[in-house]
Design a binder for this molecule. Structure first.
Ligand code: MN
Length: 486
């Protein structure tokens, strides 16, 4: 199981008795968090009291591949020069927990001994200064450790820290390259690896075709039976569905053998495949694999990372594309879909398996899952390469039920409204250079994406109910200037 280190800061000046109490309280808090937070072990570490113990604790966290984050708490005052070298060693997401062992002040008994022991209000500021001076990107959470809202904030931090750890180990397979002449799906893959850890490499589609051709009748029968149990077969063209079933089996084998968490393909490079993977890719996304169409490796990687971040939460997460609008005044709505590849994680109706011609790419009519989408609050997020840095753009959106049936639309779709209004939201996205491909999630919030941006030192532009186009354009100019200064 992944671990989060819980490190308490103090100093030697108080004597052994106080340090024993510091250790005792730290164990109680670490153990309380451990009981309340699932999926990760909160590991109590010995109190650090000088530079050497800080360095030892931070270096151990950095070198422990199971450690995804560090929580630090200043129970007492902890002179912060002793933290400099340790924080310089620390390469894991950091949470500065500004809490106390006690919730309330003991008005009747409080004396100077109590004051010296319980001074996070004081020690946390000294420690916070050095973290700011060193430019350490971290989350600060303030409050009594048993309060529900405080626990929720820590859980969210851990979700994002787990996603950062996942990112550092993510392998993305690109079948083919990105779609010819398309700008926004392209990017600096070396820089992606330096900054986010993504190992992104190209594979010939022939490597996948070999696995497709090796699928056995037994494997195929089992996969078709699985489809029949989950979906409505709304086609007579079973042969086309079997073709996609083979792709899914082959993709699963390819991804597992290579340790990949995400992939891309492109309809311009399908040599040896009779169809563009549709149903197959939808199924892969439904299992949590990241996907980016037309060679979009950035959206593919983000999809896998956000899926990891959303684990254990309610909601849907997947690849999306802004496709077309309803411009009805005051009731504008975005119709999001793709040629085929919409994750069944977004389904609000039982998916139907259908086969229709694609009209692009010159291949056979592909099988796909068709369904209506979920509703609820969500985010649409993209990453673009601005040349000298990556930029995340995160829009708060409201997914809505489709107002009418669309009987002739042969793809799955979701619909959403922009904030603060359609014209402002869409213009803001375009000024920011936002892509047509996104990851949409109803499980994640703007705060999660902001924290991911902070912990990975990534520029972020947020579009929400407060967005003002004048201020946004000034902000974008400032961001350009800032990037030049860095
Ligand atoms: Mn596309």
């Amino acid at each position: 199981m992944k671990k989060v280190y819980f490190i308490t800061g103090s100093q030697d000046l108080y004597g052994e008795e106080v340090l024993l109490q510091v250790a005792e309280d730290s164990k109680v808090i670490a153990s309380y968090l451990n009981d309340r937070i699932d999926g990760v072990e909160i590991e109590y570490c010995s109190t650090v009291r000088d530079e050497a113990s800080c360095v030892e604790a931070c270096a151990r966290a950095t070198n422990d591949k199971d450690c995804i984050a560090v929580i630090t708490w200043m129970h007492t005052f902890s002179p912060a020069k002793m933290w400099i070298k340790g924080l310089q060693f620390l390469k894991k997401p950091l949470l500065h927990f500004h809490t106390q062992a006690n919730e309330k002040l003991p008005y009747d008994s409080i004396d100077m001994d109590f004051m010296n022991l319980n001074q996070t209000a004081h020690g946390g500021r000294e420690y916070g200064f050095i973290a700011s001076r060193l430019g350490v990107k971290r989350e600060v959470i303030v409050g009594y450790y048993q309060h529900e809202d405080v626990i929720e904030k820590i859980k969210k931090f851990i979700d994002v820290a787990r996603a950062v750890d996942f990112s550092k180990n993510l392998k993305v397979a690109m079948f083919g390259s990105n779609m010819r002449e398309v700008a926004v799906t392209d990017g600096d893959r070396v820089e992606s690896q330096i900054k986010y850890g993504w190992n992104v490499n190209y594979y010939g589609i022939g490597d996948l075709v070999a696995l497709v051709n090796a699928v056995t009748e037994e494997e195929l029968d089992a996969k078709m039976a699985e489809y029949a149990s989950l979906y409505i077969m709304n086609t007579d063209n079973i042969d086309a569905v079997k073709e996609q079933a083979k792709y899914e089996i082959a993709l699963d084998k390819f991804m597992q053998a290579g340790g990949f968490g995400a992939y891309t393909d492109t309809f311009q490079d399908l040599h040896g495949l009779r169809q563009l993977p549709g149903l197959a890719t939808q199924r892969m996304m439904g299992k949590g694999y990241g996907f980016g169409a037309e060679g979009d490796y950035k959206t593919s990687a983000l999809g896998a990372i956000f899926w990891e971040m959303a684990k254990g939460r309610c909601g849907s997460t997947g690849f999306m594309e802004d496709y077309t609008y309803d411009f009805t005044k005051g009731d504008e709505v975005v119709l999001g879909a793709h040629m085929l590849e919409v994750s069944p994680d977004f389904a609000s109706t039982q998916p139907k398996v259908e086969v229709h011609p694609l009209g692009i790419g010159g291949k056979e009519a592909p099988a796909r899952l068709v369904f209506d989408g979920v509703d609820g609050d969500g985010v649409a997020v993209c990453m673009v390469d601005m040349g000298n840095r990556f930029r995340l753009i995160c829009a708060k959106i409201e997914l809505v039920k489709q107002p009418k049936e669309m009987p002739k639309l042969p793809v799955a779709r979701i619909m959403w409204k922009l904030k603060p209004d359609h014209a402002t939201g869409a213009a803001a996205w375009i000024y920011a250079g936002g892509a047509h491909h996104t990851v949409v999630s109803t499980a994640l919030t703007v705060e999660d994406v902001r924290l991911f941006a902070k912990l990975t030192d990534t520029e972020i532009v947020v579009i929400d109910e407060h967005t003002d186009l004048g201020k946004l354009q000034s902000e974008l100019e400032m961001l350009d200037l800032l990037a030049k200064l860095k």
